[in-house]
Structures are given as C-alpha cells and as structure tokens.
Design a protein around this ligand. Structure first.
Ligand code: FAD
Length: 389
C-alpha cells in the first residue's frame, strides 16, 4: 500500500528529458510523459565537458530556444542544466528515433542483418509499415511548483566559440528559413516538396555547391525537430499526388540507411567520439585546418569549418583522405565531425566513418576513394576548390 502510494507520487511529478526529440508534433515520448502527470518538467542536460564547434553549438541552442518558446506557449517551459545526462537517460541524447518502429521490424534486434542491403531487402520484402505521425499535444501539465526556467542562453554566454555562418553555406542556418527548430523544419520540408526538386534528387544529390541538391533535412532530423516518419509520410503523400519516381525512392532509401545505422547503434552500442589527444600530429592538424595541400580536400575542410555543413559526397572524400591517404585513425575524424557538424548524429556519424574505414556494415572492406578520380567526376573544373579557397 505504502509502496504503491510512493510510486504514484513519483509518477505524477515527472521529469522529461527532451534529448533529441526537440519538437511537439509526433513525439510519442512526450505524449506518454503527459499521461496522468499532474506536473511535468521538460529538461535538457548539456554537458559542458563535451567540446562543440561554433556552428553546432549555435544550431543546438537555437533549437532549444524555439522549443522553450513552444513549451511556454502551452503553459510549460524548458529547463537547461549544464551537466552530463545521467546514464539512465543517455539513449535519449545519443539514439536517433527511427522511421520504422522497432516493434514492426521483421526480426528481433539481436538478429539485425550484418549488412545494409540485407536489412533493406527484409524491410522491403515485408513491406514494414511506417506508423502514422502523431499530433502535437494541445496542452501540457504545469511545471512543479517553484521551478523557474531561465531563458536559453546564447553560445557565448556558455563559453562556446562564436563564428558567423559563412554566407556561401549550402545550409545557411542563420537565415530565417534555415533556422533550427520545428517550425523551420516543417516549412522547409513543405517548400522542398513544393519545389519538386525531389524528382531530380537522384541525379543532383552528389553535387557540391548549392542549397537544393539534396533534401537538407539532416540538421533538423538530428535534433528531432522533425521525425523521420513525418518526412516519410510527406514523401508518400507527394507520391500519391505526383507519382513515385527515382527521386522519391532514393530519398526514402537514404532514410532507411539512417534507420540501419541507428539500429546498429542500439544493437552494438556507440563509442563516444575519441578525445582528440594528439592534435599536433602534423597530418591531422593539416586536415582540420584545411592545409593538406590537396586543394579539393582542403576546400571540403574549409566548408565544414566555416559552416558546420558538408555534402555527403565531400564527407566521403575528406574521410577517405584522412583514413587512407593520411593514415590517421578514423576515430579522430569522427571526433572532429562530431564537434563541427550541425547535423551531428552519433549513430550516422560513427556508422559512416566505420563504413569508409572498412569496419562494420561494409562487406567490401572499406571505401578508398581515388581523390583525383573523385575530383574529375565531381569538380573537373575546380569550381568547388576555388569556391572554398
Ligand atoms: P539527403 O541526401 O537528402 O538524405 C535524406 C536523409 O537521409 C538525410 O537527411 C539523412 O537523415 C539520411 N541520410 C542520407 N545519407 C545518409 C547516410 N549516408 N547515413 C545515414 N543517414 C543518411 N548524417 C547525419 O545526419 N549526421 C552525421 O553526423 C553524419 N555524419 C557522416 C559522416 C560521414 C563520414 C559521412 C560520409 C556521412 C555522414 N552522414 C551523417 C550522412 C550524410 O552525409 C548526411 O546525412 C547527408 O549528407 C545530409 O544531407 P541531406 O539531409 O541533404 O541528405
């Protein structure tokens, strides 16, 4: 009787780690947390010991700021605490919610196929459903009495380095339309589909300069400003209206990759990015400071440093260069990307680095790109190399 009463008490005053579910719509955890709660404290733990580059810090804090405003409009708030999240809640910060619900997969997690293609074939063969996105809550339980949440601070107030996003960015997150947060994420998706550039996605996605060559959804997906299944449902609606094509198929295909890496992270665990201990190693320093002497690679590293963004093609090229030409441990590259990328996603980042290093999800033993061949394919006139000189 006593134990029951205590449990009920604990359940009624809940803390809710928002983690990487920074939105109101299609947020099953939030809806669950609201059920029967007389008070609810939404919070986010930001570990000051984890280094973050200027762009990632700015994008994350912008997203938390918008979320705080949304929560305030519903009578709640967001508490930012400067501390490492308790191990119990780490999965909300590290794991990415998937497009497929784990309960709908045609296998149990320990039987996750070892290679991507087998995974994709299985979900396609079983026409694994993508559950319908849920509506946002119309109201939220109030905060516990006496809790006051300060406004989300700016990056400089927290001691992060400040750097304006370069105006040449392919993801100019300081422009209104590209800002962090749920509102821009949904508006961007609507605009992207209305522009119908998805129809040519398969042919443009490897392009290096420009905002419209791929969906550019990853920064919003990484913070959970929009859910992968909301994106998938919007693409399905688009297919109903205009017909399915190579573009719509390949965009969904990439979201399946994202799910696969996320599930691998859950299955095998994620290594926290290695601290970059040996930064004076000349090769590595040259790579991060865009001064390797290979103009194509340096342009990519310059773009990353100036904007927090890099196209998938350039990520592959600079990663292959670090691992296979400079012979540096892939974990250093992973750690550098983790600091810089505005779309940093632990599972996708680690999964892709391992893939290029020839570990994990790759039956072909790594991706060693010939940089010259890549340049001839994707930047034969050195336009990109000059653009980011
Ligand atoms: P689109 O091409 O429009 O694809 C749509 C969505 O599919 C993306 O938003 C993304 O969520 C998913 N997706 C696409 N490609 C991949 C992929 N290879 N792996 C996993 N998901 C994918 N992506 C991240 O979101 N966070 C990371 O930290 C990250 N680190 C990477 C590190 C390396 C070394 C490499 C090679 C790739 C990495 N990627 C990462 C994957 C990919 O580069 C980006 O997801 C993509 O470039 C984002 O652009 P987009 O939204 O326009 O993608």
């Amino acid at each position: 009787m006593r134990a029951d009463a205590t449990r009920r008490h604990v359940h009624m005053h809940r803390e809710f780690h928002i983690g990487r579910h920074q939105r109101l719509a299609d947020n099953p955890r939030l809806l669950e947390a609201c059920k029967g709660a007389s008070t609810l404290l939404p919070l986010y733990d930001l570990d000051p010991a984890i280094p973050m580059g200027p762009h990632r810090a700015a994008f994350l804090l912008d997203s938390l700021r918008e979320l705080q405003q949304q929560l305030r409009a519903l009578g709640s708030d967001l508490l930012l605490r400067l501390q490492a999240p308790n191990e119990m809640y780490r999965e909300y910060y590290d794991g990415a919610p998937t497009m497929y619900d784990a309960n709908d997969l045609p296998f149990d997690l320990p039987d996750l196929p070892g290679v991507f293609t087998s995974f994709r074939r299985l979900v396609e063969k079983h026409t694994t459903p993508i559950r319908k996105p849920l509506d946002a809550p119309l109201s939220l339980p109030p905060l516990p009495t006496g809790v006051v949440c300060a406004d989300i601070p700016s990056p400089d107030q927290l001691g992060y380095e400040i750097m304006e996003c370069d105006a040449r960015s392919a993801f100019p997150y300081n422009n209104e339309a590209w800002r962090a947060g749920e509102h821009s994420a949904r508006a961007h998706l609507r605009r992207y589909l209305a522009s119908r550039t998805i129809d040519t996605y398969k042919t443009t996605r490897n392009g290096l300069i420009g905002t419209g060559l791929s969906s550019k959804l990853s920064p919003w997906l990484a913070l959970g400003n929009i859910s992968a299944r909301s994106v998938a449902w919007a693409i399905r609606d688009y297919e109903q209206q205009y017909g399915a094509n190579d573009g719509t198929y390949w965009l969904l295909f990439e979201l399946v990759w994202r799910d696969y890496f996320s599930l691998r992270g859950r299955r095998y665990g994620l290594s926290q990015p290695a601290p970059i201990v040996d930064v004076d190693k000349d090769n590595f320093r040259a790579w991060i400071t865009a001064s390797t002497g290979c103009a194509f690679v340096d342009a990519g590293m310059q773009e990353l440093r100036s904007t927090g963004w890099l196209s998938n093609r350039m990520r592959q090229i600079v990663a292959s260069y670090l691992i296979h030409e400079l012979q540096a441990p892939w974990q250093w590259g992973e750690a550098w990307f983790a600091m810089q990328l505005i779309d940093y996603d632990p599972a996708s980042n680690e999964g892709n680095w391992r893939y290029i290093a020839g570990q994990g999800a790759d039956p072909r033993g790594g991706r060693h790109f010939s940089i010259e061949h890549q340049r001839l394919m994707y930047d034969p006139e050195d336009v990109y190399a000059h653009y980011w000189k």
